[in-house]
Each structure stands twice: as structure tokens, then as C-alpha cells.
Design a protein around this ligand. Structure first.
Ligand code: SF4
Length: 444
């Protein structure tokens, strides 16, 4: 295919795994001679990787698809991801939509586009037939210069074997499957050779990682990665409380090449709410002890969490329990979601739904509390040297190991180079969502 092959535009709606999949697909299509364009209007094909985690995400995706057929009337649209998985062939009714490709069939997208001349509208959404090769098809790497990124997302796992009562993900992403350690180590090494300094491990539920050959889990995988020499760091994406082992905690706290940052999807810190969510509730005290000891033992480490407020049956007293427990941990940041009914989930059928106004009030109260503990954390980080990988240069910005978004001031003009390490100290100021820091030194 000539280098200026058919033009493809990508749109990613949703999670880090969605973004990572489109990143890999981009590499595969580039290597096949497709040209990549930013604007759907100038594309022959538009690939939309969609999300279904909340009803709001669904509404946004539906609205986006309708608008797309107006802004890019000549483009042929391929819809993939969880919204495609959820709605299947009904999406073929949307103007301009030619293909609906479920999560377990994303590896077929390159061949579908190559054979697109056949003009037939297609829909593939069966979810659980996927073997390892079709789930982990991402093999086409390209370096930071081409990707424009400084962090490499490495998908290690897909799907989930649990069944939380509010969650639609297992139905959309299928049972848990893991990429082989052999393959992951190869991609890990190649991404370092290509110049990436930060590797982010992603998946639907990375704690469920299991190598099919030796049964090794996330800890074994990390230990194997750390055998690779080099000046890099590994960041873990979201962990379920069931995966927060003492080993993972000490690795994040002590191992220099693992970011001192943990993000835990706690959802609630009240045993009664956790029970009604069908999430582990018996060991809440153990979890709280682990989270508190992580904060105490490693006071400079970042500790974030996801919360759902307003799950059916959550009383004011139960919410107060979550607030008090969150305060006792001292999270350094948090993401708060209002419960959203998902068709096909148990929680959507529960009688004692919470009103939107109460959800809103609880969400605001929890955000305030988390912002307060974040301010205390940021104050404790003043004057502590932070290592940042420069992602943007004008102004120089990046993220520290302990997950602080930093804008580095005081570097000689033009000195800041993308994908370079910089050590800097926070000076207590903040601007546009970034903490201001003074650059101390820049090295390789
Ligand atoms: S563990 Fe996570 S992905 Fe799995 S069902 Fe629960 S919320 Fe969904």
C-alpha cells in the first residue's frame, strides 16, 4: 500500500486501556501503509473506541456518533469498545457506521479495513471466545518521537472474573485473560530500547494477572521486569483492594524503579455498602490498616482512590462512615463518581435508589475532604526533590513518581527537553491544575 494510503482518524472515549488499544492500532495501521490524520473530517475511516462505564458515558458516545456523521459525512465509521459491545448491530443504524467491532475482535480491525472494499456492513460482538493472541494483539511499537508520548501503556490483562453488583465490565470485556510473561518482557524491553522512561501497566483488573505458563501473578511480573537494566520507572494503574498485598505495597514504597504511587478502586469504605456492592467487606479493617500504614511508612508516596457515592441503599450514616474512614487514611487525591444505573446489573434493579440531589451533595462532601487531604500532602512535599519526566516543554511540565502534575519554572529558555528527567522542588504555588516547582537539574 502506498505510504499515503487511506487516511484514518482515531477517537478514544473512556479508560486508559481504550487509549492504549488505539495507540497500538495506530502503530499497526501505520506499518501497513495507512496514513494517520487528526481530524475525522479529513479521514476515509474513523475508528471510535467507546465507553459504557456510566450512563453519562453512553449518552456522550451516542451524541458523538450522531455528530460525527454530520462533521465527517464521507468517512466510514468503525465503532469498537464497550458501547459497541453493549449495543451491537443496533449501531449499524447510525448514519456512516459501517462496522461494529466488540472488545474481543479488535485484533481484526486492520484486516477489516484492508478488505473494506467489500462494502458489507459488519458486526462482531461475541465476547468470551477470545484467546490470548486475539486479546493481546498489540505488537507494533513506535518510539516517543513518533507517538509524541513519554509514557508507554503496556496492557497486561483484560476482562474480570468478579461480579460487583453495579458493574457492567465483565459482560463487556469478558472473563479475565492475561498476556504471557514472555511476550510482556519482550515488549517491555523494546519499549525501553525505544526510549520510553515510564511504563504504565494497564488492564481491566491488573491484579488478576496470571501467566498461563507458570501461574505467576503481578508481583512475579514486576520482579521479572525489574531484572531489566536502565533508568526507567514502572507505574501501576488502578488496583482492586483484593490485590493490595504487602509485597505490592513495599515494592511501591521501596523499589526506586516502581513509582511510589498506588491507586486503589475502593468504591466505598463502609462494610454495609461494600456488601451490597458484592465487593469484599469482611476485611475492610485490614484494608484500612494497609492504606494507613502505606501513608505513614512512605509519607511522600502518592495514594489515590476511586469512590462511588449514592449506591442504592447507602444511608447518610453509611456515607459518614466512608467519609470518616477516608479522612483516617489521608489519600493524596481521589476520583469520585456518582452511582449510575447500568442496564443488566443487579444494582440497577435495587429498590432503594438514591436521589440525584443526595448523590450530588455526597459527591461534593467527599471531594472537599479529599481536596483537603491533598493540600496537606502537597504542603508536606514542599522542598522535597521530585523526579519528573518532561512531557511538554513550553511551559515545562510533567508528572512526578508520586503522581503530582508539575510545571517546572526557572529552567533556561529552550533547555527543557521532552522525555528528559528533571529534578525539581515544589514552591507551594499552583497554576492551571499544575503545582509549580523550581528546576534543580536536568539529566538524560
Ligand atoms: S472488580 Fe472491577 S471490573 Fe470487576 S466487576 Fe468489580 S468493578 Fe467491575
Amino acid at each position: 500500500m502506498n505510504p499515503c494510503g487511506p487516511a484514518v482518524a482515531f477517537v478514544s472515549i473512556g479508560c486508559r486501556t481504550n487509549q492504549q488499544e488505539l495507540f497500538a492500532l495506530r502503530g499497526t495501521l501505520l506499518s501497513m501503509g495507512f496514513s494517520i490524520v487528526d481530524l475525522p473530517e479529513s479521514a476515509q475511516f474513523v475508528i471510535v473506541n467507546t465507553c459504557s462505564v456510566t450512563s453519562l458515558a453512553e449518552t456522550k458516545t451516542g451524541r458523538f456518533l450522531r455528530a460525527l456523521s454530520r462533521t465527517a459525512p464521507n468517512a466510514r465509521i468503525l465503532v469498537t469498545g464497550c458501547f459497541a459491545q453493549q449495543h451491537g448491530s443496533a449501531l449499524l443504524e447510525y448514519p456512516g457506521v459501517n462496522w461494529v467491532i466488540g472488545n474481543a475482535h479488535k485484533h481484526r480491525i486492520p484486516s477489516i479495513l484492508t478488505e473494506s472494499a467489500k462494502e458489507k456492513k459488519l458486526c462482531f460482538t461475541d465476547v468470551d471466545l477470545a484467546d490470548e493472541t486475539s486479546v493481546f494483539w498489540e505488537d507494533c511499537l513506535y518510539g516517543p518521537e513518533t507517538s509524541g508520548r513519554t509514557r508507554f501503556s503496556l496492557k497486561i490483562q483484560e476482562g474480570c472474573d468478579f461480579g460487583c453488583s453495579y458493574c457492567i465490565v465483565p459482560a463487556l470485556r469478558g472473563r479475565s485473560r492475561s498476556a504471557s510473561k514472555l511476550k510482556l518482557v519482550d515488549i517491555f524491553k523494546r519499549s525501553l530500547d525505544m526510549g520510553y522512561k515510564e511504563i504504565v501497566l494497564t488492564g481491566t483488573h491488573i491484579g488478576q494477572y496470571r501467566d498461563s505458563r507458570d501461574g505467576g501473578g503481578l508481583e512475579e511480573l514486576l520482579t521479572r521486569f525489574l531484572k531489566e537494566k536502565g533508568d526507567y520507572r514502572i507505574r501501576l494503574s488502578s488496583l482492586d483492594p483484593r490485590d493490595l498485598t504487602d509485597t505490592i505495597i513495599s515494592m511501591a514504597g521501596r523499589e526506586k524503579r516502581i513509582c511510589d504511587h498506588l491507586h486503589v478502586s475502593v468504591q466505598s469504605l463502609c462494610a454495609d455498602v461494600l456488601r451490597s456492592m458484592k465487593r469484599p467487606h469482611e476485611h475492610l479493617e485490614t484494608l484500612l490498616e494497609r492504606l494507613r500504614s502505606f501513608r505513614q511508612k512512605y509519607p511522600s508516596a502518592g495514594l489515590g482512590a476511586d469512590f462511588i457515592v449514592g449506591h442504592p441503599g447507602e444511608s447518610g450514616a453509611m456515607f459518614e462512615t466512608t467519609l470518616r474512614n477516608a479522612e483516617s487514611v489521608g489519600f493524596t487525591y481521589g476520583h469520585v463518581f456518582r452511582f449510575s444505573k447500568r442496564l443488566g446489573t443487579e444494582s440497577s434493579l435495587k429498590g432503594d435508589q438514591i436521589t440525584e440531589s443526595v448523590k450530588k451533595a455526597r459527591s461534593a462532601a467527599l471531594r472537599d475532604l479529599l481536596q483537603n487531604s491533598r493540600n496537606i500532602f502537597l504542603y508536606s512535599q514542599l522542598s522535597i526533590p521530585l523526579r519528573i519526566i518532561i512531557e511538554d516543554t513550553e511551559p515545562a511540565r510533567g508528572v512526578s513518581g508520586n503522581y503530582i502534575k508539575v510545571e517546572v519554572r526557572g529552567m533556561p529558555k529552550g533547555k527543557a527537553q521532552k522525555n528528559r528527567w528533571v529534578t525539581a522542588r515544589l514552591n507551594g504555588e499552583a497554576a492551571r491544575g499544575y503545582q509549580i516547582a523550581v528546576g534543580l537539574c536536568q539529566n538524560s
